[in-house]
Design a protein around this ligand. Structure first.
Ligand SMILES: NC(=O)c1ccc[n+]([C@@H]2O[C@H](COP(=O)([O-])OP(=O)(O)OC[C@H]3O[C@@H](n4cnc5c(N)ncnc54)[C@H](OP(=O)(O)O)[C@@H]3O)[C@@H](O)[C@H]2O)c1
Length: 180
């Protein structure tokens, strides 16, 4: 069965990025050692990708996608109200409640899992609609005081596994549900 997984990194005070979408605080961390969920193992199980607009724009700007192409091979659903200037192969532009796109996302995933790349507001939209099963977080030893939130909402989680890799603390959680 397809699982919806939010795999990400955060500051200790719960931000995915600073206010200008910089990840300098993360990219400067030493990350030697074995993860409890190595990226290569994680991505091998992913059949489809979901991203919000800021995350999509950041990836395009920083991950060196050539014109017309996208950086991931998996079919990708971009949530945005603003049509991007140019189409990207494998990227479907959608908007509105995640549940309205559930059938299409799961069909595209073809039995694999779905990676919700971010951000935290979109992940929370999925969680509220029962479409977030797991949260894997790497915590960097830094605070920013402000920025883009890890998960916008009130949710109960169950700790399944934890570890450390270089400067990062890692934790894998089951999403229990929205808090009353
Ligand atoms: N630390 C990490 O590992 C990590 C991981 C992921 C992301 N990031 C970073 O964290 C930041 C996240 O940015 P963010 O908080 O702004 O989140 P985001 O989800 O990337 O972007 C938010 C935007 O997505 C669109 N959106 C979200 N839900 C939608 C819906 N249901 N229907 C239509 N459009 C929808 C809206 O864009 P419009 O209405 O403007 O079109 C919204 O303003 C980015 O800088 C990203 O690079 C960091």
């Amino acid at each position: 069965m397809t699982r919806y997984r939010f795999y990400t990194a955060t500051t200790l005070d719960g931000f995915l990025a600073d206010e200008s979408d910089s990840l300098d605080w993360l990219l400067s961390q030493p990350v030697e050692g074995e993860s409890i969920l190595p990226y290569d193992d994680f991505i091998a199980g992913i059949g489809a990708i979901v991203t919000g607009r800021s995350t999509y724009d950041w990836v395009l700007e920083h991950e060196g996608a050539v014109e017309g192409a996208w950086v991931f091979t998996q079919p990708t659903f971009l949530f945005t109200h603003r049509r991007p200037a140019a189409g990207r192969e494998g990227v479907t532009v959608v908007s509105g409640p995640p549940a309205a796109h559930r059938a299409a996302i799961e069909a595209a995933a073809g039995g694999g899992d779905v990676w919700i790349v971010g951000g935290g507001g979109l992940a929370a939209e999925f969680a509220r609609e029962g479409m977030l099963d797991e949260l894997f977080v790497s915590f960097a030893p830094v605070t920013l005081g402000a920025g883009k939130p890890l998960l916008g909402g009130r949710f109960d989680l169950e700790l399944l596994e934890h570890g450390a890799r270089g400067a990062l603390l890692e934790a894998r959680y089951r999403v229990v549900g929205e808090r009353a």
